[in-house]
Write a protein that binds this ligand. Structure first.
Ligand code: ZN
Ligand code: ZN
Length: 300
């Protein structure tokens, strides 16, 4: 049996061998046919075979191929359907290569899964943030609108409203308001200084009078004058029971309630002469003007 390749993908090699038979075994061309195992030449008359991957030649015995197997290999015509033979080294290299690739593939797939999970988390967080941001912006905008709507309004408490009719009630409210704002600004009365006057809530027979909301004209300055004159005790004695506050938004009312609680707590803890002014707890003697230091100095 003669030396042959197990397929025709490198058909030149067996032919070359025949053509170079006359060359000595030490020539570079002849070295191509040295057995990869025993290093001696695979002669044309030897049973030899070539690895289809590394193209190295082997003696049949050096490659541990039985005669029967070799016969089968020899009969293969080397077409696409033919039998290919690979040397042990190539097979092992291929196997460990597959293993490495499989391991790398595993770790890449694991990484992709981790990234997917991370991405999903990030997406979810982004949605939550966007939602929160949107609702916060909406809240801020609506709060600012509310403040703008209420900027010239005050709410009076304890103005009696148990009159026989709404009309009579409205007349009495007007009288009282005129008595309060008249002294604050020359010529000021409900007709020339107020935009709207309304009772808040529905009328109940027995309970407290409904709050009375009054919106002053923009730029009249009456809101500030009313609040200040009340704080300074400048109203007529018969109105001493009446209270007044800025027309606060719901949020401002909550904040104010918290502030009142703090004031009560601090008074219980022994602090004296403190009041709420401009949404802050301050000393009753503090004047919201730059001469605060001057006062201190005079006390020394
Ligand atoms: Zn050999
Ligand atoms: Zn090989």
């Amino acid at each position: 049996m003669s030396r042959r390749s197990s397929n025709t993908k490198s058909p030149t090699k067996p032919k070359n061998k025949k053509n170079t038979d006359s060359l000595s075994s030490s020539s570079p061309k002849e070295k191509l046919y040295d057995c990869s195992k025993c290093r001696s030449n695979v002669k044309d008359e030897d049973d030899g075979l070539m690895c289809e991957m590394c193209f190295a030649w082997f003696h049949r015995k050096c490659a541990n191929i039985s005669e029967a197997k070799y016969r089968v290999l020899s009969q293969s015509d080397g077409t696409e359907d033919g039998i290919l033979w690979f040397c042990k080294e190539c097979v092992n290299a291929q196997r460990s290569g597959h293993q490495v690739v499989a391991q790398k593939l595993d770790s890449v797939l694991g990484l992709i899964q981790e990234l997917r999970e991370e991405l999903a988390t990030v997406k979810k967080q982004k949605e939550i943030l966007e939602e929160n941001f949107d609702s916060r912006v909406k809240n801020i905008i609506s709060e600012e609108r509310e403040k703008e709507r209420r900027k010239d309004s005050v709410v009076f408490y304890n103005i009696e409203d148990s009159h026989s009719s709404e009309e009579e009630c409205a007349e009495k409210d007007k009288d009282i308001l005129n008595s309060i704002i008249g002294p604050l600004k020359e010529g000021a009365n409900v007709d020339n200084s107020c935009v709207s006057i309304m009772r808040l809530g529905t009328k109940k027979d027995s309970s407290k009078p409904r709050p009375l909301k009054v919106a002053f004209k923009d730029g009249s300055g009456l809101k500030r004058k009313v609040l200040k004159s009340k704080e300074e005790g400048k109203w007529e004695k018969k109105f001493s029971n009446i209270k007044v506050s800025p027309d606060r938004t719901q949020l401002e009312r909550e904040e104010y309630r918290t502030l009142v609680k703090e004031l009560i707590q601090r008074k219980e803890n022994g602090e004296k002469d403190i009041i709420i002014r401009n949404n802050k707890i301050v000393s009753i003697n503090s004047v919201p003007l730059p001469d605060r230091n001057g006062q201190k100095r005079s006390g020394q």
